[in-house]
Design a protein around this ligand. Structure first.
Ligand code: NAD
Length: 291
């Protein structure tokens, strides 16, 4: 195992100008020492963004977390759990001002600091988006869902761009309801479709300067945000029964892909929607049809 890691590492060092990237620790692990990640979307230990923090930290990456004030006490309880968390600053992507607050506080504390990795794991739709048939959702809740769950990628990128290190990698989180109908997902499907379009648009905007942006399309995982979607447990049960791997994915499955996307191993990948869903998106008629 160690020998293989060494060989792979050696090969890659050649490709990436002496940058060591893999260490043989028994398990394969990416090395991101000297890198800094801005992570938006930790609300609890169940958050997908928290699993990403754990894997980035294990790879040696420094973490700067942006938290929403309503989750402050939960997020601060996590403070001691990872050595590599350098700082927490508030952010609310609903407005320019509250988004700018994060970047101002970060830069005031660390003038000229740069980020190599941005994790955008933010999603929200007000309750009326789920309580009414999609045809009757009013403008206000719909606009909030779109702003926070889709357009916020553009907003975060606009503030982050001046502070991005060369060849940075940004990762957002989406769901397959962007392209196919899922019961009860409603307005969030439209938001995820917009988020994926933003991923392609922004990847093409920043690509000529070497920056990359990709989206991970995660299978369903029980988190705070997912708990608000009616019928979510039925979807989990359906995916476990019908996905090629016959299981649901975990936060760690998604974090593994995010860590790869954050690393130079994925240097040629941008503007993509990558499914981490136990293969569910690859099927049309499930095997269980014959049960
Ligand atoms: P979560 O509730 O742990 O995370 C959602 C995060 O969004 C929270 O940290 C919250 O603070 C943040 N957020 C919401 N409104 C915000 C605002 N105005 N400003 C700043 N931050 C705000 O849930 P999660 O499942 O880890 O969600 C992370 C991402 O993954 C979301 O985009 C979600 O849609 C996506 N996703 C989740 C699943 C799933 O089944 N859990 C599947 C596919 C995609």
């Amino acid at each position: 195992m160690t020998l293989l890691a060494h060989r792979v590492g050696k090969g890659l060092e050649g490709v990436f100008a002496g940058e060591p990237m893999l260490v043989g620790t028994g398990a394969f692990m990416l090395e991101l020492k000297g890198k800094t990640a801005l992570v938006f979307g930790v609300a609890s230990e169940e958050s997908i963004a928290w699993a990403i923090c754990e894997q980035l930290s294990a790879a040696g990456c420094k973490l700067i977390l942006g938290f929403q004030k309503r989750f402050m006490s939960r997020v601060f309880q996590l403070k001691e759990k990872l050595d590599n968390i350098e700082a927490f600053y508030p952010i609310d992507v609903e407005t320019n001002e509250l988004t700018a607050e994060f970047f101002t506080e970060w830069q005031n504390a660390n003038p000229g600091a740069k980020a190599d990795i941005v994790i955008h794991a933010i999603g929200f739709a007000p309750r009326p988006c789920f309580d009414r048939p999609v045809l009757f959702v009013e403008n206000d809740p719909m606009n909030t869902a779109m702003t926070i769950s889709a357009h916020s990628l553009q907003r975060v990128m606009r503030y982050a761009l001046p502070h991005l290190a060369p060849n940075s990698s940004t990762i957002t989180l989406t769901y397959a309801a962007s392209t196919r109908w899922v019961p009860n997902y409603g307005v969030m499907s439209i938001a995820k479709a917009a988020l994926e379009a933003w991923t392609r648009e922004l990847a093409n905007h920043v690509g000529p300067d070497g920056h990359r942006i990709n989206a991970i399309s995660s299978g369903p995982i029980k988190t705070l945000a997912a708990g608000g979607i009616p019928g979510f447990d039925d979807i989990l049960e359906h995916v476990e029964r019908n996905s090629p791997l016959r299981r649901n994915v975990t936060q760690e499955d998604v974090a593994g892909c995010a860590t790869w996307l954050a690393s130079p191993l994925s240097s040629g990948v941008t503007g993509q929607i990558i499914h981490v869903d136990a293969g569910y998106s690859s099927i049309m008629v499930p095997d269980s049809i014959s049960d």
